[in-house]
Design a protein around this ligand. Structure first.
Ligand code: SF4
Length: 338
């Protein structure tokens, strides 16, 4: 399948009053045409910073270091100027945020906002822009779109507002949509409807989606491939089946063990003990060492080697390297089921 985006060795750090935060530390992944790649991990693992780097939406004043490459259509867009990025944002790569109100102007009707969005990138008459806006509202399932074009964001429910944000993201027919926790603010039923909508739109338009989420339940519903992030790094990546049924990284396994499932009682869930490391001063070796039930002496000293399990499945963990398994003892403690 054709790769529409390739991120290679991305590093992002921020300067703050407290020091330098190394938010993203050598992240590499690709996105194929028409697929959904989910980037998952706990809050603060660097997944949103990664997605905002693609759009160059990070606050310039705070960026301490930003390097690596983000190739879109053969060009490293990380080197693009703000003027060049403005031509890409919305038209080629769109973003959907958790809170639709941050992306909608409360003082403009949604019709005007959609028409403005499409006319910013395409030479369309007022009539054509209006037709495009109505078509898009229909596609995302807004009933009576002609009438609703005249309404303001506050006249819609949270779920409907998120549908409008999806319409805004799609109206210029982008190649890629980045959805950052797009349903976290919505109730479970509306979440399911929004993800059904994503699948329908992907089938109809062939758009590629990067889904940023902490929710593995969501990932199980919609992702084709999954990248698991921890402490600014991707620690395991694979197809949905490889991650859900053949995960090998202790962090991925921990996330899966802590995920509520229909066939499990609440008391069977095993939370991952401890907290992620301080990214002001990331520890040497594997960043998961302090929480890992399988940690070995080598883990806290040397960066884990990269293991490839299949063409799509790989991970960074010393357990995959026989040299570590036989040379060092296990020092971690597996939490017990209650
Ligand atoms: Fe655990 Fe070591 Fe693997 Fe890190 S490298 S996940 S600490 S076993």
């Amino acid at each position: 399948m054709e790769k529409v985006l390739t991120v290679d060795d991305l590093h992002v750090s921020f300067s703050t009053h407290g020091g330098t935060v190394q938010a993203v530390r050598g992240v590499s992944f690709y996105l194929q045409k028409g697929e959904t790649l989910a980037i998952v991990g706990e809050s603060g693992c660097g997944k949103s910073v990664t997605s905002q780097s693609i759009m160059q939406l990070l606050p310039n004043s705070n960026i301490g270091m930003l390097h690596g490459s983000i190739r879109f259509k053969g060009t490293n867009i990380l080197q693009y100027s703000e003027k060049q990025m403005r031509k890409i944002r919305g038209k080629e790569i769109s973003m959907i945020f958790q809170d639709p109100m941050t992306g909608l102007n409360p003082s403009l009707t949604i019709g005007n906002q959609l028409m403005e969005a499409v006319r910013e990138h395409q030479k369309l008459s007022q009539k054509e822009a209006r037709e495009a806006a109505i078509d898009m509202l229909q596609l995302v399932g807004i009933p009576s779109p002609h009438e609703r074009m005249k309404q303001y964001p506050h006249q819609f429910s949270g779920g409907m507002r998120q549908r409008i944000m999806i319409a805004m993201a799609l109206i210029c027919h982008p190649e890629i949509i980045i959805a950052d926790e797009p349903t976290t603010a919505l109730d479970v039923t509306v979440q399911a409807q929004i993800f059904e909508l994503f699948k329908k739109i992907q089938k109809e338009t062939g758009v590629s989606i990067i889904l940023i989420t902490h929710d593995l339940g969501v990932v199980a519903q919609v992702a084709d491939r999954i990248a698991v992030m921890y402490a600014g790094r991707i620690v395991e990546t694979g197809t949905r089946e490889e991650i859900f049924y053949q995960a090998e990284h202790p962090y991925t396994k921990g996330l899966l063990d802590s995920m509520p499932r229909l066939d499990m009682e609440e008391e069977e869930l095993i939370p991952i003990p401890g907290t992620p490391p301080d990214l002001f001063a990331p520890p040497p070796g594997c960043p998961f060492t302090a929480r890992c039930p399988m940690a070995m002496e080598v883990c806290s000293r040397v960066e884990p080697s990269h293991a490839r399990k299949s063409a799509t499945h790989s991970l960074d963990c010393w357990l995959q390297d026989d040299r570590a398994k036989y040379a060092f003892s296990t020092v971690g403690v597996r939490p017990q089921k209650k």
